[in-house]
Ligand binder design. Structure first.
Ligand code: XIL
Length: 407
């Protein structure tokens, strides 16, 4: 049985009966604005979120302070990733984060290769800088990530499985305890689902055959990580984080892992969907990922954790060996692609706002120039976020904050 926190039990009591009423209509849990279901079948959707009036009855060039977070204040927290250097410089991205968001995910300061690059040494200074700045400004903090194969120094894999377990438990206990009461949600494990589908076959699933998996000889490290995190901070919300949950094959493998954790009584509170999209991503598939969790794991929370929309749908070899990548579009993104991005995220946000299990929605950066997608898979202009390189709100920002905005 999933180890629900008191919070979950309350959600179940409040939402469970409503879910029972709404479930006969299938699909994920959804509530009307009044929070009361209208009886069987799919309840009518709540009115679209009403953005605070910004004087002109619509969207002006002038950006209303808090417009983004206030638009969804009755639905979920809206957040962004932000790095220490942006916070320290208080650059335009940090200013915009203060202005429009209410949750911060340190972009890499809470990853193992920053906190413990060498055995036994804990470096919290970079993480403290971002975490404390967010808290001083009334924002929540998502911790990312306690275990991620892309950021685990080699020393985490040394010795016998028991050595690895003791070291991982000590690391996680130390880190989660240190940020206890400041970090309210942790991506405990990140990208632990098999990526074999990208090798042109059904591959091996459900677990990624990472260095940690191979060193331990199984995926039991996932259980160890969640148990250690819960023991260190019983109040922190614990998430399994994954990209491409909008692809059914990968989503099914992730659900198999969550099912296994559930059956083993491993403490987990939710699923973090990274939602790194392309312009042709089907938002219905992203919403299906939320519904898949809702339909099977009543009480689990959904977070969207790293939203961005790449303007390049490169072939696999570009990601594997940096060949055959699409040409750079240059400093000015085409208007038709900006419109596609706006429509994609308007549809996504409308759907997320209808699903009460969605409690936090975060972007992976503020301005287009911040994004990891300007160098991954290759160095190239990308335009994945809500604000352009000068900090101006893009069509996508207006599309999700103003239902009257014409894309
Ligand atoms: C990325 C950061 O944005 C980069 O600055 C860093 O160099 C590598 O990691 N999925 C994740 C994030 O879970 O941790 C990654 O962040 C982006 C992909």
């Amino acid at each position: 049985m999933v180890d629900f926190t008191a919070r979950d039990r309350l959600r179940l009591l409040l939402g469970g009966s409503a879910l029972a009423l709404g479930a006969c209509g299938g699909g994920g849990s959804s509530q009307t604005a009044s929070g009361v279901f209208q009886g069987g079948g799919n309840p009518p959707p709540p009115p679209p979120p009403t953005p605070p009036t910004n004087g002109s009855g619509g969207t002006t060039g002038e950006l209303t302070t808090g417009l983004l977070r206030d638009t969804f204040r009755n639905n979920f927290t809206v957040g962004t990733a932000l790095s220490n250097q942006r916070v320290s410089a208080m650059d335009p991205s940090a200013e915009l984060a203060l202005d429009q968001f209410s949750s911060i995910t340190p972009e890499w300061e809470l990853k193992p290769d920053v906190i413990q690059p060498t055995p036994g040494v804990f470096n919290f200074s970079e993480g403290d800088r971002v975490v404390d700045w967010a808290l001083e400004n009334g924002m929540e903090v998502r911790g990312h990530a306690l275990v991620w194969h892309e950021s685990m120094p080699e020393h985490f894999y040394q010795g016998t499985p028991t050595d690895i377990r003791l070291r991982l438990e000590e690391y996680i206990s130390t880190v989660v305890d240190y940020f206890r009461g400041r970090v309210t949600a942790w991506d405990v494990v990140n990208e632990v689902t098999s990526a074999d589908i990208y090798r042109g076959s059904d591959g091996i699933g459900p677990d990624r055959r990472s260095e940690m998996y191979n060193a331990v000889g199984s995926a039991d490290y996932i259980d160890w990580a969640f148990r250690a995190a819960r023991a260190a901070d019983p109040d922190a919300l614990l998430f399994i984080s994954e990209y491409d949950t909008e692809t059914e094959f990968k989503r099914n493998w992730l659900m198999e892992i969550v099912r296994r954790l559930n059956q083993r009584g491993v403490p987990i509170d939710g699923v973090g969907h990274q939602f790194h999209f392309f312009l042709d991503t089907d938002p219905a598939q992203a919403l299906a990922a939320i519904d898949a969790v809702d339909n099977e794991f009543l009480g689990l929370i959904n977070h969207a954790t790293e939203i961005d929309v790449s303007f390049y749908r490169d072939p696999g070899e570009c990601w594997q060996q940096r060949t055959n990548c699409l040409a750079d579009l240059g400093p000015n993104p085409p208007d038709d692609m900006l419109a596609q991005q706006a429509q994609l995220l308007r549809t996504l946000f409308e759907g997320l706002a209808l699903r009460s299990s969605v409690e936090s929605v975060s972007f992976w950066g503020v301005r287009d120039g911040d994004s990891w997608l300007n160098s991954s898979p290759i160095e190239r202009f990308n335009y994945p976020l809500l604000f352009d390189r000068e900090g101006q709100a893009k069509p996508v920002f207006h599309a999700i904050t103003d239902p009257n905005y014409v894309i």
